[in-house]
Design a binder for this molecule. Structure first.
Ligand code: SF4
Length: 452
């Protein structure tokens, strides 16, 4: 489908939820009780969005918040239909869009807190949505809206790089991407010409400006600033709720629905190919709902400190055996990944993405400051110390088996939050195999009870 380029006036609140006009929209919102009441204006905007399908579109602000999150969670899955979410890119939706973003922030603040995986996901979804919106704008609108949005968040005329240290920590922006002059980051084209124009020979200053930073750098700076503002807002709401304010039940309910949606997306994303079967001696489709609490916690990301061990030593062996050979403990010999995945397709397409997503969810993301951990992951899968996972290197190291609950409790106690199914098992993989059987039995029971 052709991507629509919007050429109408763009409100900065469509790109920057912390702009003055966005804050004004939220101030005017009024009673929260109206959030789940049918909103005809919103429905009209959605119905007038080109290429929009009308199946399951939101008719209230709360549902808009939910579908915004759904777009983020499902967009890389087979279930995703772009035409179901076109309205998110229609600039006319800006007022409702701003409100729905704040609702999401409030929901994660109330339900899970600032350091939660859910808070991180909501912030990331906002940044990805903004990036795609910018992508669809005309070149001139891109320039204008980014410049205006940045000017509302920082003083672009006199921005010291030390003022945006935090941005460098939370975003993909690197210090060496910034054009610096006496410690001052040169953001605008006019400043660039004043500072560096005299040094440019034989090329147009504008071309040099765009290749040495320009739009990409500014977009990343904007994304980092929005992350920081979002974190501050979520922290404030969480504090207020802790101190005195009784959370609105509608927002609490939204928080629960976000968690449920995340769980559904995980199932869709990682239950890709293969079959659900209980033969543990060959690759079997992931059943995320059967994962033990420690694996789920790890998939939500770990704070610095225990990140490396959790991802490399615990999660990598667990998810690789869970997908490729869950019955490893009934075998009295070691195995190689290629014994069960000869082309390594499953490993590349399902196992590594799951590990990498968990690594990315860590705070800070594991590979941002420690890219060498990818090599350690390959090594634990049996492919030696190489930055690419290749059959030629298989056997240089051993495919690590999942560590026992006892070891996890000793070395990574923060991962272990046992539930009732943890009784009588000694290893997370055993938990997984047992739980898969229990779930199958329960599902069969349901089918029988339903008389189907
Ligand atoms: S008891 Fe074992 S399976 Fe259960 S959460 Fe702890 S480490 Fe995981």
């Amino acid at each position: 489908m052709m991507m629509k380029v919007y050429i109408i006036m763009i409100k900065t609140s469509f790109i920057n939820p912390f702009s003055e006009d966005a804050k004004e929209i939220v101030r005017k919102l009024g009673k929260l009780d109206t959030l789940n009441i049918r909103n005809d204006d919103l429905i009209d905007i959605i119905h007038n969005t080109p290429n929009q399908s009308f199946v399951g579109v939101p008719d209230t602000l709360l549902k808009l918040a939910l579908t915004r999150f759904e777009w983020y969670l499902f967009r890389k899955t087979d279930k995703f239909e772009e035409k179901n979410y076109e309205y998110l890119f229609n600039p006319d939706i800006y007022e409702y869009d701003v409100v729905s973003f704040y609702l999401l922030c409030q929901a994660v603040a109330i339900g899970y807190g600032l350091d939660s995986h859910e808070a991180k996901q909501v912030i990331e979804s906002e940044n990805q949505l903004i990036a795609q919106r910018i992508d669809r704008l005309s070149q001139q609108d891109k320039q204008d809206v980014i410049r205006e949005s940045l000017a509302q968040l920082v003083n672009t005329d006199n921005l010291k790089w030390t003022d945006i240290k935090e941005v460098l920590e939370v975003s993909s922006l690197e210090l060496d991407q910034l054009l610096l002059s006496n410690g001052r980051a040169i953001i605008d084209y006019d400043d660039f010409v004043i500072e560096f124009g005299g040094l440019i020979e034989g090329r147009y200053p504008q071309d040099v400006y765009y290749t040495t930073g320009g739009l990409k750098t500014k977009s990343e700076l904007l994304s980092g600033l929005i992350t920081i503002q979002s974190r501050k807002y979520i922290a404030n709401v969480a504090q207020m709720v802790e101190r005195m304010v009784e959370p609105n039940p509608l927002i609490q309910d939204l928080a629960n629905q976000l968690k449920q949606l995340h769980q559904e997306a995980q199932e869709v994303k990682y239950s890709g190919h293969g079959k659900i079967n209980l033969d543990d001696t060959k690759p079997v489709k992931y059943q995320i709902e059967a994962f033990p609490p420690c694996a789920r916690k790890c998939m939500e990301g770990i704070k610095s400190g225990g990140r490396n061990d959790a991802i490399v030593l615990f999660l990598t062996p667990f998810v690789s055996y869970a997908r490729l050979y869950p019955g490893i403990f009934s075998l009295d010999q070691s195995m190689k990944v290629s014994d069960v995945d000869p082309s390594l397709d499953i490993t590349h397409e399902e196992v590594l993405p799951l590990i990498y997503e968990a690594a990315q969810s860590c705070r800070p993301p594991l590979f941002k400051d420690q890219p060498q951990e990818k090599i350690n992951i390959n090594s634990k899968l049996g492919f030696g110390m190489h930055d690419e996972l290749k059959l030629d290197n298989e056997g240089e190291t051993q495919w690590y088996t999942p560590m026992s609950c006892e070891k996890i409790k000793l070395h990574m106690p923060n991962l272990c939050h046992p539930n009732v199914d943890c009784k009588k098992i000694g290893n997370p993989l055993t938990y997984y195999n047992r739980k898969r059987k229990l779930l199958k039995r329960t599902n069969n029971g349901q089918v029988n009870n339903d008389g189907n």
